[in-house]
Design a protein around this ligand. Structure first.
Ligand code: ZN
Length: 384
């Protein structure tokens, strides 16, 4: 059976709102996008599963498979978009518009366009002839909680050996990115009249010590970890928010600091949090302050796929670019957790992602179709 033309698929994907957000007023189901993809994948000859994400009503992952076996190629993307500011869009974000050799629409480059290009690229490939499986994955909530990718990890399934995630990289392969976590330190002391310091325990003074310790730890981390493939070649920590106290003549009883940590590949999030706790505990021992360190979200691990992985080599050869590092996080570490070797490679530029008047440049479509066809031919039809 046949399925719609590229432009029609694109129009329907853009026309199916699928905002994901930690804010319930924004958050939407992704069922519309998943239903379209499921129908087209069935028509293309795939076996299709629409998997509800546990504990997240209205959120679905899609796994479409053709061929059997333990290896094969996975082409993966996320179905959701970020929220949008309608007043800053010059057109309706949910209606595909072509202008200046670009396709405008929310999710055009990040990353509904990838699915349309993949389905179009494999249109003439006879799936019955595959020697190794081809699997399409479409996940929920990449832009917010990553619950879709995490739910796939929880299935403990082997979905493929090599994976390409079609996030917008201008069709340049990426095999490394940093991770991110956001942490809060809360210190609780005791208030009192400022004329007699013995009446209280000052949380602001305690935070002064805690901040000094965080910065000393950052210095240590930057001595220990370095990766010249990144534009910023060390792990970073940014002190981003502080709140404490109310009055100059009152001993401050509570102070809270928020900061992010961007670890390099090879730094485990839980391990570095443990190290931070140990240092802060030591620094504030005997201060009389209660110390809590809370992660503001689960965090995204850093990703690294080996430079000599066949999928890295193949994407480098097909695009003419050496696989590099980017500053944004992806679902790559979760796919790597599932036993895949993953490269990030897709049409469109990250500069247009999460922006009003998001677009996908039409110049990128034919080259990405070609690369996808060649990857499928190499990894699913050949002897790889
Ligand atoms: Zn994305």
């Amino acid at each position: 059976m046949s399925y719609p033309k590229l432009v029609d698929m694109m129009g329907r994907l853009i026309g199916s709102p699928s905002v994901s957000s930690v804010s319930p007023t924004w958050d939407q189901s992704n069922a519309g996008v998943v239903d379209h993809l499921a129908n087209w994948c069935r028509d293309a000859g795939f076996e299709v599963e629409q998997l509800p994400v546990p504990g997240r009503p209205g959120k679905f992952n899609l796994v479409a498979s053709a061929g059997r076996g333990p290896d094969g190629l996975v082409l993966s993307g996320h179905t959701d978009t970020v929220p949008y500011d309608e007043t800053r869009w010059s057109t309706d974000p949910f209606s595909l518009r072509e202008r200046d050799n670009r396709w405008y629409g929310l999710g055009s480059c990040d990353m509904k366009g990838f699915f349309a290009v993949v389905l179009d690229a494999i249109r003439d490939i006879d799936l019955a002839k595959l020697r190794h499986p081809l699997v399409l994955i479409a996940t929920a909530d990449e832009e917010s909680s990553m619950c879709g990718a995490k739910a796939l990890v929880e299935t403990h399934r082997q979905l493929g050996r090599y994976a390409v995630i079609g996030e917008p990289t201008n069709m340049k392969p990426v095999r490394l990115h940093k991770g991110i976590s956001m942490e809060a330190i809360r210190l609780t002391g005791r208030s009192g009249h400022s004329s007699d310091p013995s009446l209280g325990v000052n949380a602001l003074e305690g935070m002064h010590l805690a901040m000094a310790e965080v910065l000393a730890w950052r210095h240590d981390l930057q001595q220990r970890y370095r990766n010249p493939l990144f534009a910023v070649d060390v792990p970073t920590i940014n002190l981003g928010h502080i709140h404490g106290g109310d009055n100059p003549n009152r001993i401050c009883a509570e102070c809270e600091l928020h900061f992010d940590i961007r670890p390099l590949p090879g730094m485990d999030l839980d391990e570095i949090r443990g190290e931070l706790d140990l240092r802060l505990g030591r620094k504030l021992a005997g201060s009389g302050l209660r110390l809590e360190r809370v992660s503001l979200f689960e965090g995204i691990p850093a990703m690294e796929t080996a430079a000599d992985s066949p999928i890295v080599r193949a994407t480098e050869q097909l695009t003419g670019y050496t696989a590099g590092a980017v500053a944004f996080g992806t679902e790559g570490p979760y796919l790597n957790d599932m036993g895949m070797e993953t490269v990030i490679l897709g049409p469109g530029s990250i500069d247009q992602a999460h922006q009003p008047d998001e677009y996908l440049s039409l110049d990128q479509i034919e080259p990405s179709r070609q690369v996808i066809r060649q990857l499928v031919s190499q990894f699913c039809l050949g002897d790889c």
